[in-house]
Design a protein around this ligand. Sequence first.
Ligand code: NAD
Length: 476
Amino acid sequence: MKMLINGEWRDSVSGKVFLVHNPATGDVVGEAPLGGEDDVRSAIEAAGEAFADWSARSSRDRGKVLFFAAEEVRRRNTDLAALLTAEQGKPIREAVDEINGFANILEYYHALSAGERGEFMNLGGYGRVTVERRPLGICGAIIPWNMPAIIMGWKIGPALTAGNTVVLKPARTAPLTCMKLAEILGDAGLPPGVLNVVTGPGETVGREIARNPGVRKVSFTGEVGTGRQVALDAAPALKRLTLELGGSDPMIVCDDADIPAAVEGVVRGRFYNCGQVCTAVKRLYVYESIADEFVRRLTARVEAIVVGNGMDRGVGMGPLNNRAGLERVVGQVDAARDRDEGEIVTGGQAPRGEAYERGHFFLPTLIAGVPHDSVLFAEEVFGPVLPIATVPGLDEALELANNSRYGLGASVWTHSADVIARATEELEAGIVWVNQHLRIPPEVPFGGTKASGIGRENGSRALEEYMEEKAVLIRL
Ligand code: NAD
């Protein structure tokens, strides 16, 4: 594929391309232009030219384009999902969910596009006051490879509805689905230049988006360290920022929890997308009194997960998306093993066999009895590995849950109203689930506290993150 600038599919200025590989097989899935700073500048110019017309349209007219695109995305779900699985690695049914999730997000912002977003106040002696909400201008969207379609939707849904134009940079290892989705938006009536997609490395394409003063806002999703660099690069131009960074979500299982439901919660919460979800369950705290039974049932369930190529029938977990990610997870498990930090109950290595030799596979892994100061609790583990610790009760569970530099999501599994009240009050997180984990419908504001980020995506107020207010005081 080529990259999308001003409604045209172009090669990069350098003329170079990079290959996108299937993480399950190593086969080439496609190629994308190796963009650089000049390509970003062209995209910014195109986005600047498109802004006047797009921002002058009614919000309802803009929303209609998203709605038509959503319909087309649903119609082509099967092909889009297959492409997503091929480049990203997730099981096909998760890819189908993700593509539907993208359509849900567009439909949600289409619905909001009909709402009134100004204010009027009669302030007596101060006069009659209107507060207009206006788009910011050109917005940059930098996204990772783990949930490319959903995260693209979280950024472009509100940005475009609010009347901004966008320069989007997908991740190197999963750009193709994003490009197809951009193509569908164009076919649905998005004018040239309103959404531009520049593919290439973070160090050039991503940095130029962050630095270029023509971009008024950057919404970035990725690692904490990269987010910090984006913030530094964006600082001279005093840009608005949304940073959705890493997470290390705790899950607390109390002694009155519905154990089978909590076991399923862990399986989905930790092993969905091969554990590569920002709000995955990354630390499990189980009450001592139920720990043996819980770990036994969980182990049986986890050992039943079929690992393989996401396109194959019955596969419950695919490979990791890329070699670097696999090596990092292997390094974290090895570090814990070397320091005797807990017992590997199941997994702890790559699956054996010819089917796995060319992919980035790792078995779903449970490590029990992990000490609280382990690397597995301190660092974000972005793969299918779950450290488990036991706790005597709620006080210690909450203290350990909050003892993290991250604060993205957290869950508590109980039926006690008192525990729910305390946990939802005290857990330091942007999103707290009770008796569930991971689910984020478009209506729910999403983002983190502490090192997990700044700002919120999703939900109605995400639109405000892409607008600024202008107050007008009139005295006649
Ligand atoms: P990453 O930070 O390596 O890359 C994210 C994006 O930034 C990519 O497109 C990359 O090319 C680009 N990039 C790299 N260097 C850059 C730079 N200097 N300037 C601008 N852009 C640059 O992250 P990743 O490995 O793709 O994703 C995994 C991380 O993302 C995990 O930490 C995960 O928790 C986090 N994540 C967070 C959320 C959330 O909403 N909080 C969602 C998904 C993933």
